[in-house]
Design a protein around this ligand. Structure first.
Ligand SMILES: Cc1cc2nc3c(=O)[nH]c(=O)nc-3n(C[C@H](O)[C@H](O)[C@H](O)COP(=O)(O)OP(=O)(O)OC[C@H]3O[C@@H](n4cnc5c(N)ncnc54)[C@H](O)[C@@H]3O)c2cc1C
Length: 368
């Protein structure tokens, strides 16, 4: 029954699970292969002995302004409303990030956003054209140098996002997203429900499965694109975070919000501290004794299972384009997801992209 499905999906992360669900819902036979011993990819989560849920690959806040995407995820999980707030710990003060105008004016005096300029050559130039130099030097430059492990000027200008200054006291990270929350039973359970009724072969590497499971129509490959080609043009670089967990059994809450950034080099190599209890519904949180803190320290992983962020510089983008050309020439395989497209995708973007690809296939335009 498993043999020769219509579609083979490689990877049981969010991209693979969304594709598998949409194609199965349309009546097709789909099989998923996953090389790990667990589903959910980077969305995997687990419960600490205290009852506190931890996201194994860093905190995941779900947000979208698409009603379709929100309805889709709510088919598989009940969400509790949650809007993330982030602070940066600087000189002993928890400062809201994005910064409020009041903070900027207190620290550096009156400030107006500079007129938009185009054509910045690198991240540093782009950032300095958007924000006051002291803000860049304190909050942005050291944070990004820790995150990527290279001088800020060697990073791509595209990494520099619009500098969002809050005119009011609104300290929510993404106030513009219409729907925001966290699945009450976690992301792994959400993906389990998404994959319900679809055969998922665990501990199964794509190479070993591709012969006897050759699909009648297409393979969707959501693994690393360079690995598919045996790194023939060289390896694409990724960054990841090493996570150290600490349980404080006698502390109710340790920090003011779920995520506290630690931008300054002199404050240690970790880039942020997560306090998971903030992600839980208030009523449930009150029943839990103690708290779990996780510090995250960036590093460069060798093992593809540890890849988190594609590296944002020109050399890696050029290398990705070479692999993309190879990928486009492979018949009946669609490379997608954050590893297949070597691109950071928020969860709603991953779902939206998978929906677009599935729609094209269902409309008969097989090559996505
Ligand atoms: C630290 C961090 C924090 C994030 N926080 C947020 C957030 O707050 N909000 C948000 O919206 N998004 C967030 N994201 C983004 C989110 O993690 C991604 O959108 C999501 O993981 C994309 O899923 P994917 O299926 O494309 O990739 P993955 O999750 O990597 O899934 C790919 C799967 O394919 C499997 N696989 C790979 N190669 C093979 C092979 N050869 N054979 C078989 N199986 C294979 C892997 O084991 C994996 O299970 C965050 C990402 C990171 C790194």
């Amino acid at each position: 029954m498993l043999q020769h499905p219509d579609f083979l999906v490689v990877g049981a992360g969010l991209t693979g699970a969304t594709l598998a669900r949409l194609l199965a819902d349309a009546g097709h036979r789909v099989v998923v292969v996953e090389r790990r011993d667990r589903i959910a990819g980077n969305l995997h989560d687990s419960v600490h002995e205290s009852g506190i849920r931890i996201h194994d690959h860093g905190p995941h806040y779900f947000r979208t302004s698409s009603a379709w995407i929100w309805d889709f995820v709510n088919r598989f999980a009940s969400f509790h409303p949650f809007e993330a707030r982030i602070k940066s710990l600087v000189d002993g003060e928890h400062v809201s990030w994005p910064l409020g105008r009041a903070y900027i004016e207190r620290r550096i005096g009156a400030w107006q956003p500079p007129p938009r300029t185009h054509g910045a050559r690198d991240f540093e130039e782009a950032a300095l054209s958007l924000m006051p130099a002291p803000v860049y030097e304190t909050f942005v430059k050291p944070y990004n140098e820790k995150q990527w492990g290279v001088p800020a000027h060697s990073l791509s200008a595209d990494l520099c996002k619009r500098f969002d200054v809050r005119e009011d006291n609104d300290d929510r990270l993404t106030p513009k997203a219409t729907f925001q929350g966290v699945p009450r039973q976690g992301y792994a359970a959400m993906l389990q429900a998404m994959l319900s009724g679809i055969p998922v072969l665990m501990n199964q590497h794509f190479r070993a499965a591709s012969d006897w499971l050759a699909p009648k129509r297409l393979t969707f490959f959501t693994g690393p694109i360079d690995e598919y080609f045996d790194y023939c043009d060289g390896r694409l670089l990724y960054r990841a975070q090493r996570r150290a967990h600490r349980w404080l059994p006698d502390t109710d809450l340790h920090q003011p919000c779920v995520q506290v950034n630690n931008p300054l080099h002199e404050a240690g190599p970790h880039i942020r501290t997560i306090e998971w209890k903030h992600l839980m519904p208030e009523a449930y949180r009150q029943r839990i004794t103690g708290t779990v803190l996780t510090t995250e320290t960036p590093y460069t992983p060798d093992d593809p299972a540890e890849y988190e962020y594609p590296f944002p510089d020109a050399a890696n983008q050029a290398l990705y384009r070479r692999y993309r050309e190879r990928a486009d020439a492979v018949p009946n395989v669609v490379f997608c997801g954050r590893l297949g497209e070597y691109r950071y995708l928020d969860m709603d973007q991953a779902i939206g992209r998978a929906q677009t690809i599935a729609n094209r296939v269902l409309e008969g335009r097989e090559a996505a």
